[in-house]
Ligand binder design. Structure first.
Ligand SMILES: N[C@@H](CCOP(=O)(O)O)C(=O)O
Length: 493
């Protein structure tokens, strides 16, 4: 199977090149030339997470050596995950929560980033790439730590993470700044997530910079969801949760279900779209945003307009105005119209907006949640069902309530639960009535654990005494210089 660029179908890559490059040289994103199908979903019923991951990923990476793929999956989804199911489905009231935060860094990013290092290593073998890989990552909190943790000490790979100095939670920041591993580098930037993400994309498309690095035997790659190697593993848990409902007799064969996905960069919900296209019976995909509601507006009007101020919210992983993966979605929806995508992306770059007409977005619904609504969702679900949600999951819960009110749809619904409440202790605590005034992050978390009757993960408790290992900071304009400094390359251009 070939991977083609959303901005020029003539630019294509093998799975290995697509994973190593992360992004196409024309600035587009790699997509599979056709989305593979799984015709007999029921035949997957008794598979565990690893077996299912193999079935799904093998469809996308067809000429990946089969044993190596199985091996990569087995090594990725092991005891790093604290639940044997890897992605448990928890029932609370009439909803099911697909918990994707039981990996090493307590956010859904572990679902793909625990396997990406293995995929990348295999891609290096497959393509014969000889340069040292330098992974650039932009993060608003969760991706950064998951990428650092999973790539730490991987031979032949360096990882540099850029995060907005004031745009992540205290725990997320501490998780990143205390990261060990000689190949890991963390840089806070004086700017927001969009600055970090556009800075990384700019670097990855700067031919002179790439040449400078290549002359020093470095090759750039990405651990963000612009990399197709991030998206394919995320498709698995949509199948897994559906099959769980089926196995438990909660739905009948072929019965359609809804997923509500809190999303900023549109990667998680795009993975759900791929699952649907592969044949998973999905009714509606409900796209949940926080007050940075560009996606809600786009789904409701067909106009994508980033000309607004980025709002710092209690769900920082979604504080994004340029949602990268929408580009892939539009490409598929338009039947692969690369000209349309190129024009739309140019218009976004130059004018800050684009419009698309006549694309059938029927399967998607979009809603956003305010801070007050997030608070009341966390409170309501805790008081009624004793279930504690993090603010991102609460965004999804609150979006679902609006959907339900508007449509009266009774389809069985899964809320995609993307992070542990302990990463966002203050907001969650305040929402359930814990007084956090003058308390430090760790005493807040302890109280939250008590109230919620939940074990606090050791890796979170240990953050308190861990040494700060990274102190780099730069202006958003100086990200290239920072990369050169980290790689100890002089710039004589
Ligand atoms: N949600 C983000 C922003 C980057 O998203 P990604 O899925 O493209 O890596 C984060 O947690 O950093």
């Amino acid at each position: 199977m070939k991977y083609i660029s959303t901005r020029n179908k003539e630019n294509f890559a093998s799975w290995g090149q697509a994973i190593i490059n992360g992004i196409s040289k024309d600035g587009g994103l790699f997509v599979p030339e056709s989305i593979p199908k799984i015709s007999n979903i029921k035949s997957l019923l008794n598979m565990d997470y690893r077996e299912l991951a193999y079935e799904v990923m093998n469809k996308f990476f067809v000429d990946f050596d089969k044993d190596s793929l199985r091996n990569s999956i087995d090594k990725a989804y092991d005891e790093k995950f604290s639940k044997k199911e890897i992605a448990p489905l928890v029932e609370a009231g009439d909803l099911h929560y697909l918990e994707l935060f039981h990996g090493a860094t307590f956010a859904f990013k572990d679902m793909a980033l625990s396997v990406l290092p293995y995929l990348l290593k295999e891609a290096i073998k497959y393509t014969g790439e000889e340069k040292e890989i330098v992974i650039l990552t932009a993060t608003s909190g969760d991706t950064g730590k998951a990428a650092l943790e999973n790539f730490a000490d991987v031979e032949g790979i360096k990882i540099i993470v850029f995060f907005p100095e004031d745009g992540v939670s205290n725990i997320q920041k501490r998780q990143m700044l205390t990261q060990e591993g000689d190949n890991t580098f963390v840089v806070s930037i004086n700017g927001d997530f969009d600055d970090a993400q556009s800075g990384v994309k700019k670097i990855m498309n700067d031919n002179r910079f790439i040449e400078l690095l290549e002359n020093r035997d470095y090759k750039l790659s990405s651990a963000n969801s612009i990399n197709i190697g991030r998206l394919v593993p995320q498709i698995v848990y949509y199948f897994y949760s559906y099959l769980n409902l089926l196995k438990e007799g909660k739905i009948k064969e072929d019965e359609k279900i809804n997923f509500v996905v809190p999303t900023g960069n549109f990667g998680n919900i795009l993975a759900a779209f791929y699952a649907k296209e592969m044949g998973l019976p999905i009714n509606k995909l409900i796209c949940a945003s926080n007050e940075n509601n560009v996606l809600t507006d786009f789904i409701n009007t067909g106009t994508y307009d980033k000309r607004r101020k980025l709002i710092l919210t209690s769900s920082p992983s979604m504080d994004i105005l340029v949602s990268s993966n929408l580009e892939r979605f539009l490409f598929h929806l338009s039947g692969g119209d690369d000209k349309l995508i190129k024009n739309a992306m140019e218009s976004l770059e130059k004018e800050g907006k684009y419009e698309v007409e006549g694309l059938d977005q029927e399967d998607f619904k979009g809603y956003f949640s305010t801070e007050e609504e997030i608070t009341s969702s966390i409170n309501e679900v805790f008081m009624e069902h004793n279930y504690l949600m993090d603010p991102h999951t609460a965004v999804a819960h609150s979006a679902y309530k609006k959907y339900k009110l508007e449509t009266k749809d009774n389809t069985k619904t899964v809320i995609v639960s993307t992070a542990s409440p302990f990463k966002f202790g203050t907001k969650v605590s305040n929402s359930i009535g814990i007084d956090t005034k003058d308390k430090d992050d760790f005493s807040i978390i302890e109280k939250l654990g008590e109230m919620g009757n939940l074990d606090i993960p050791n890796a979170i408790l240990e953050l308190k005494d861990k040494k700060i290992a990274h102190k780099n900071n730069c202006n958003k304009e100086d990200m290239e210089k920072m990369v050169l400094r980290i790689l100890e390359i002089g710039d004589n251009r």
